[in-house]
Design a protein around this ligand. Structure first.
Ligand code: ABN
Length: 169
């Protein structure tokens, strides 16, 4: 009887020892795997974009870097965004072009300013900046024209700024 007790005691002790070691190893494995996968988790890097926006004002302020040659109402204050027309308006196919410096990355960008047409003037966030603007006899570099003139509905509503590319030095 004593040898049976001894046998059971021995086997349960050995099982307990093995089980706890195994679970320790399993936890350690999980920990190491988790630590290795941590850098692969998605990270919101939007903060950097906002940081560069903050340097030059956000898209709803006239100081925003993309607006360096704009003249009109900011579509981002009229139900659209800095680069898309508000619902119910259509973008002008002819535009004027500016070159603006982005303080966020130190590069210069070619920006197209499209008027959004088909509704009466938005009236919000008027912005008139004229960096590198040329006289009206060079219309593609001039911002004093209603570029809705070629649209079916030539009512001017607001202006968007669309990045066309990086300006080469
Ligand atoms: N391109 C902006 C604009 C629209 C109407 C009149 C003047 C300027």
């Amino acid at each position: 009887m004593r040898s049976l007790d001894h046998l059971f005691e021995h086997s349960s002790r050995s099982l307990a020892r093995r089980t706890s070691r195994r679970s320790l190893l399993a936890s350690l494995g999980q920990l190491l795997t988790g630590a290795a996968l941590l850098p692969l988790l998605p990270v919101d890097r939007g903060g950097r974009a906002w940081a560069s926006d903050a340097k030059s004002g956000g898209p709803e302020t006239c100081e925003y870097w993309k607006y360096c040659a704009i003249d009109g109402f900011l579509c981002s204050c009229c139900g659209g965004t800095s680069s898309s027309c508000p619902p119910g308006t259509a973008s002008s196919p002819i535009t004027w072009i500016g070159t603006c410096h982005n303080p966020g990355d130190g590069r210069d960008y070619i920006v197209s300013y499209n008027d959004c047409c088909g509704k009466t003037s938005c009236g919000n966030c008027e912005c008139n900046r004229n960096e590198r603007e040329k006289p009206v006899y060079r219309p593609s570099r001039n911002n004093d024209l209603n570029w809705c003139m070629a649209n079916a509905d030539s009512n001017y509503h607001c202006t968007v700024s669309v990045i066309l590319g990086v300006a080469e030095k």
